[in-house]
Design a protein around this ligand. Structure first.
Ligand SMILES: [Zn+2]
Length: 251
């Protein structure tokens, strides 16, 4: 008889039993976030908090995790069923709220402060910029993932406040309150293509970097780009901008 973490216990680079002391918040549980939540749950994270105000639509079903009978449910409620069935050891908190406003914002502020790490899994540019500023201000690491609008490329940005570049360091033209073309086109699942393959790859990369940070093994990559057409992945060791308006003064 083996127990559920037996294969993690023999991983030679880190002590996975320490993960049960860690708290992780996932913002957005679409194609990226649902997969990130599953990975963290199966690895045995202590507490997982998930945020998403969307309800599941039929057009979301080409990606992973969600099931047909769950269409119409809040994604966080649908995911709760799935995650607790996968591993009921995990303390799971769910918020069907918009993190940029009102109750959702207050909840995120509280949960992010208590978290060891935030996984940013949003499909909206302005929320990504918002999370970057919030996590830098709270000094909570943010591992942000995203896929290109054509569905085939993706990126993972690991923002460890005071250590690695934030999202703004390398994109000085951005404004924190900017509404982008993406925003104007409308946020959400149905406006852009989305492949379960790219989403699975990027979510897995986010979790790999998250586990490296949480368990203290390997070397966290500040920025990874995945090029699907070429089957290529590249790490960029960007430097912090000392004059960055978001993280410039953070030590
Ligand atoms: Zn910065």
């Amino acid at each position: 008889m083996t127990e559920r973490y037996a294969r993690l216990k023999i991983f030679p680079f880190a002590d996975f039993s320490k993960l049960k002391e860690k708290k992780v918040t996932v913002v957005g549980v679409g194609g990226l976030g649902a997969t990130c939540a599953e990975i963290m749950t199966r690895c045995g994270v202590g507490r997982l908090t998930i945020f998403d105000f969307d309800k599941l639509e039929e057009a979301n079903l080409n990606r992973l995790i969600y099931r047909t009978h769950q269409v119409g449910m809040f994604k966080v409620d649908a995911l709760r069923e799935y995650l607790l069935a996968a591993n009921s050891d995990v303390e799971l908190l769910t918020y069907p709220n918009d993190v940029t406003d009102g109750k959702g914002y207050d909840a995120l502020l509280k949960e992010a402060r208590e978290s060891d790490l935030v996984l940013g899994c949003v499909d909206s540019f302005h929320v990504r910029i918002f999370l970057n500023s919030l996590c830098v201000r709270l000094k909570v690491p943010l591992i942000d993932g995203g896929a290109s609008l054509d569905g085939i490329n993706g990126s993972v940005h690991s923002i460890i406040p005071g250590k690695t570049p934030c999202y703004r360091c390398n994109k000085p033209a951005l404004k924190d309150d900017s509404t982008t073309d993406l925003k104007k086109a409308g946020d959400g699942a149905c406006h852009f293509t989305s492949l379960p393959t790219t989403m699975g790859i990027i979510a897995s990369l986010q979790c790999q970097e998250a586990l490296k940070y949480l368990l203290g093994f390997g070397n966290v990559a500040p920025y990874i780009l995945y090029y699907g057409l070429e089957g290529k992945m590249q790490r960029y060791n960007w430097k912090r901008d000392p004059k960055c308006p978001v993280c410039g003064g953070v030590k």
